[in-house]
Design a protein around this ligand. Structure first.
Ligand SMILES: Nc1nc2c(ncn2[C@@H]2O[C@H](COP(=O)(O)OP(=O)(O)O)[C@@H](O)[C@H]2O)c(=O)[nH]1
Ligand SMILES: [Mg+2]
Length: 383
């Protein structure tokens, strides 16, 4: 009898434990739920971090941007481009073409090759160009005009297919077709011309009738934020700023949040080219880019790298690094007026397969415009 009770109680305990284990077991569903909860917690933490920043960030200009004064530029952009590219033309391309004036022989061909190397097209493209040129010379006499034509065709063929991928809505605001807030993240090393370009771009878009919110995410120097504020005030763009040293990612989050609340047509983010912390710049930019997706899963719509033409050959290495981390959608070539290295643009476009969307040829608002390949090559080669 006692034995029976003992066996019974053992059976009951075993059953209880089995039932308990059955309830506690992890089903795929419960695992999925747990994973979801963990993801949500992480996402909330990121937002909280960004929000903490947004408390620091303050909107200096709450009012809706008023219409901008449209000042007709006295010089057309085509002329500005031509003037801007004069150094490249005179110091490199014009000199090369000039060598064809008195006929071409082995000696002049060598001089041509030397000059082409200094044009910063990149070693691979320079070699391709030289090979193509040698083949052309074998066919017969080349006049200066014929050489220019050959050069135009060569450079055009290298860039054209990539340039055709530029989305028109990036270049011109169209009120009837525009949808939502387009986020443009501007990146580049310190001094490349990001802030100036954003000032010019904001002015341009405002002149087209768009509403623009600018996020001053480069918190490295207060003076740089003030420099952007001047541009924004002039353009009639709203600027979101934080105090010096604030977390750049937080400012980006705040700026986009504000732009979405205001239903702004564009949100342009001026990012850092250097950081206060020892953190890696690329990691910070990557974090900034990904935090934007919390507010809009497809943001940023454009990630544009600003490249200073003076950088020459290093520009390709730089662009490559940014592209690997951030998957660039376009390039903006600045300071083409101050350098003979404007030709390096061709090599970068070809190597990265990323188009140039804008070109800067000076410091005023009118010195930025769409990059039109044909115009650029004509100005460079003096057609
Ligand atoms: N000549 C010339 N100067 C430029 C151009 N774009 C920018 N700059 C100047 O380059 C300097 C650095 O520009 P900034 O926008 O502050 O660079 P950031 O550090 O990338 O934001 C400033 O003195 C600008 O006025 C350009 O297209 N042409
Ligand atoms: Mg700046």
């Amino acid at each position: 009898m006692g034995e029976n009770i003992m066996i019974l109680s053992i059976v009951v305990s075993l059953l209880t434990v089995t039932v308990l284990l059955w309830f506690l077991r992890k089903t795929p569903e419960s695992e999925r739920q747990e994973k979801l909860a963990a993801e949500e917690k992480k996402s909330a933490e990121v937002e909280a971090e960004a929000k903490a920043e947004t408390e620091v960030a303050k909107v200096t200009e709450e009012k809706k941007p008023s219409a901008v004064e449209v000042k007709e530029p006295t010089i057309s952009f085509a002329d500005r481009l031509k003037k801007g590219l004069s150094r490249s033309r005179n110091e490199i391309w014009g000199k090369v073409a000039g060598l064809f004036r008195s006929g071409i022989n082995a000696d002049t061909l060598e001089q041509v090759e030397e000059l082409l190397y200094s044009a910063d097209l990149g070693p691979q493209m320079t070699q391709e160009l030289i090979d193509a040129l040698e083949a052309e010379v074998k066919k017969g006499e080349i006049s200066e005009e014929k050489f220019k034509e050959f050069l135009f065709q060569f450079l055009n063929s290298k860039m054209q297919s990539v340039q055709e991928t530029v989305r028109p809505e990036l270049l011109k605001f169209n009120k009837t077709t525009h949808q939502g807030t387009k986020v443009i993240m501007i990146v580049g090393v310190n001094g490349a011309g990001k802030t100036t370009t954003i000032g010019k771009l904001a002015t341009k878009l405002r002149q087209d009738g768009a509403s623009v919110v600018v996020g001053a995410c480069d918190t490295f120097r207060a003076a740089a934020v003030d420099q952007l504020q001047v541009w924004c005030d002039r353009a009639g763009a709203t600027m979101i700023r934080a105090k010096e040293g604030a977390n750049p990612t937080g400012v980006a989050y705040d700026a986009l949040q504000h732009a979405l609340n205001e239903k702004a047509d564009y949100c342009i983010l001026d990012t850092a080219g250097r950081l206060h912390t020892k953190e890696n710049l690329m990691d910070e930019l990557k974090k900034t880019k990904s935090v934007l997706t919390k507010l809009d899963p497809v943001a940023p719509h454009e990630t544009l790298l600003v490249i200073d033409a003076i950088t020459g050959q290093n520009a390709l290495r730089q662009a490559d690094e940014f592209h690997k981390t951030l998957t660039l959608s376009g390039l903006i070539f600045t300071k083409c007026d101050g350098s003979s290295k404007a030709g390096s643009a061709v090599g970068i476009v070809k190597a990265l397969q990323v188009p140039i969307v804008y070109i800067g040829v000076g410091e005023s608002a009118e010195d930025l415009d769409h990059f039109v390949l044909e115009d650029y090559l004509k100005a460079l080669l003096d057609f």
